[in-house]
Ligand binder design. Structure first.
Ligand SMILES: [Zn+2]
Ligand SMILES: [Zn+2]
Ligand SMILES: [Zn+2]
Length: 129
């Protein structure tokens, strides 16, 4: 297999992991799902590429971990930061919710280049169990 082909294959593997998940995944989750088939650096580089291409977006959790998500807005290749992220403290997942938020109006002189909205609590699954 030539290098180009191998690169495409590894990208596909990471994309499939994100695709199969209903919630956002942190680096360790992705590494675990690939069960040692890829090293940290490769995974990191692929994720970074996806983020740059707008295929995947990053979420910084209030637990200090970075999560990667493939959501509806990302699958259109044009990620938007205008939706709510929910972190369940019961099952420790972060999900992209469809609910959109409008950025607050800041004092004069500030210019917004991005924002994120994170709520933590319990997801419907954890409340019913
Ligand atoms: Zn997105
Ligand atoms: Zn939960
Ligand atoms: Zn999201």
């Amino acid at each position: 297999m030539n290098k180009q082909k191998r690169n495409t294959k590894t990208k596909e593997m990471v994309m499939n992991v994100l695709n199969d998940s209903t919630s956002a995944l942190c680096h360790e989750d992705i590494e675990k799902s690939l069960s040692g088939k890829m090293d940290r650096v490769t995974i990191y580089r692929i994720l970074q590429g996806f983020c740059n291409d707008g295929k995947v977006h990053k979420i910084l959790g209030d637990n200090g971990k970075t999560y990667y998500a493939l959501c509806n807005c990302c699958s259109a290749g044009n990620h938007q930061d205008n939706h709510i992220h929910f972190r369940c403290i019961g099952c420790e997942t972060i999900s992209c919710l469809n609910e959109t938020v409008v950025p607050p109006v800041l004092p004069k002189g500030y210019r917004v280049s991005g924002f994120s909205f994170l709520i933590s609590g319990y997801c419907p699954n954890c409340i019913t169990h």
